[in-house]
Structure formats: structure tokens, C-alpha cells
Design a protein around this ligand. Sequence first.
Ligand code: NAP
Length: 272
Amino acid sequence: MPMSDRKLMLITGASAGIGEEFAKQYAELGWDLALTARRADRLEKLARDLEEKYQISSIVISQDLARANSVDTILKEIKEAGRHVDGVVNNAGYGLPGTFFNTKWKDQAAFMRVLFTAPIELTHKVLGGMAERGFGRIINVASLAGYTPGSNGHTLYASVKSGMIKFSESIQAEAEAAGYENVHCTALCPGFTWSEFHDVNGTREKTNEMPDWMWMEAAPVVEAGIRACERGQPVVVPGAVNKGLATLSKILPEPLGRAMVGAQSKRFRSTE
Ligand SMILES: NC(=O)c1ccc[n+]([C@@H]2O[C@H](COP(=O)([O-])OP(=O)(O)OC[C@H]3O[C@@H](n4cnc5c(N)ncnc54)[C@H](OP(=O)(O)O)[C@@H]3O)[C@@H](O)[C@H]2O)c1
């Protein structure tokens, strides 16, 4: 027996930053939650707070998405709790400092798994049920970096985020073509957002030098993502500054774009 009539949103990387904010906003909208990340203590606390505040139910699943069987384990735990997945926010992520020359393959492979393979596998494994029930919401947290040219350091970040944008566009197009009108997929492309991201990748000192107008709080970023997904909009860039930068990336001649990003990237990317 399902423990609730409410819909269930599965959020990866819910223990901090943008993912935690997604949990708060979906709870406020009346969704039950399945929260996953590695830090169980943080997930438990968030779950209890939101259950109390919004009278929702939640499932906490501590998993490292770098592990090959993590997606199956997460989905198994949800099934064992008598629930199915109505929505997914593929949000977990981090930046891997260094260059492709000076990093280990095991670290690059784990990065690809957490930010690319796992979200794609998760999407694949929940889409069938969404199609059957005629309802689904998938938000893939990509990045403005998916629009800007690749640069020195954090090598696969821009590649992976660009891939998540194209992937989301294709899923939205496939759902529309198949007549699944209420199955929506959106790539959310934040620019610089206050979270633990730059503490984790060791660039906080550099990024603290960047002007305030380049930064957004997580709340409006998440609001933009939820709104766009409700509309069935395949890609959304939150905030006027980020929208301007995304447009600039599309219209600038490529060598000029590369030169501009190349000149700026040392302010937010570490090559060590
Ligand atoms: N902040 C920005 O400026 C910015 C800009 C554009 C895009 N983004 C994207 O936004 C998303 C969220 O980042 P954030 O800014 O909110 O950073 P954050 O505050 O550092 O949160 C990252 C989340 O990902 C989880 N995570 C990291 N590695 C994981 C792993 N191996 N397995 C499972 N969960 C893992 C972390 O949880 P645990 O450590 O507990 O596992 C945490 O909950 C990322 O995809 C990031 O690329 C961020």
C-alpha cells in the first residue's frame, strides 16, 4: 500500500545547495520526497524539518552516485517503500579541479559517472513508468558552462553540462513526439550560485573576488527550474545576467568566445 497519495520527487544531491533548495520548494508545493546524497545525517535532518513543516512524507537514501549500482539501489529502496517516482531532479555534482594532464583517470571516471552516466541511467529507468502513468517531471541541473567554450582546467565540466542540455532537449522532444503531454524534461542552467560548490572544489578564495552581480541565491534558480519544467520548456537559464551570458556565448564568433572565457577562467577554475 502506498503511504501517501501525493506525488514523489526524487532529488539527488539534496544534502546541500541547489538540491536542498529543490527539496524545500517541492515540499512546499506538496510533493513527497526521496532525498539522496552521501551525507545521511544532513538528509535525515532536512527530511524531518520538511515533514514537520509541510506534512509530507520522505525517504532518505544515502548513496554515492559514483558507485556502479547506486541508481538501482536508490530505485529499489523507493520500490520497497511502496512508492514510484513521479519526478526526478538530477542535481548531484561537483567540479573536479586540475587539468586532464594532471588528474587520475579514476577521478575523471567517477566525475563522469556522478554528473553524466548516473543521471542518464536514472532518467532511463524512471521514464517507462512515467509514460505508463502519463505524468513525469525531470529536471537536469546543467550549467551555464554548458554554453560557454571549454577552457583550461575542470576539463570535463563544460562537456558534461553541454551533454545534459542536449540530452534534456531530446527527452522533451521524444515525450512530445510520443504524445506524453504531461511528461516534461528541462535542463536548468545556473550561473554562479551560492552553495557549497566552490568550497568543495577549492575555488572559494578566487570566486570571492568575483562581483556580487554575477551571483544568484539558490531559491530563484530553483524557482526558474520548477516553473520551466511545469511549462515543458526544455532549457532554462535563470537570471538576467546569466541569460545575457548565454546569448553572448551563442552569438560571439568562436575564437573570440574562447579567448574571453580563457582570459576569465583562472578566476573560477583551478588547474592544480
Ligand atoms: N553553485 C554553482 O555555482 C553552480 C553553477 C552551475 C551549476 N551548478 C550545478 O548545480 C548542481 C548542484 O551543485 P551545488 O551548487 O548545489 O553544490 P553543493 O552545494 O556542493 O551540493 C552538491 C550536492 O551534490 C552531492 N554529491 C556530490 N558528489 C556526490 C556523489 N558522489 N554521490 C552523491 N551525491 C553527491 C552532495 O552531497 P554529498 O556530499 O552529501 O554526497 C551535495 O548534496 C551541480 O550539478 C552543479 O554542477 C552549480
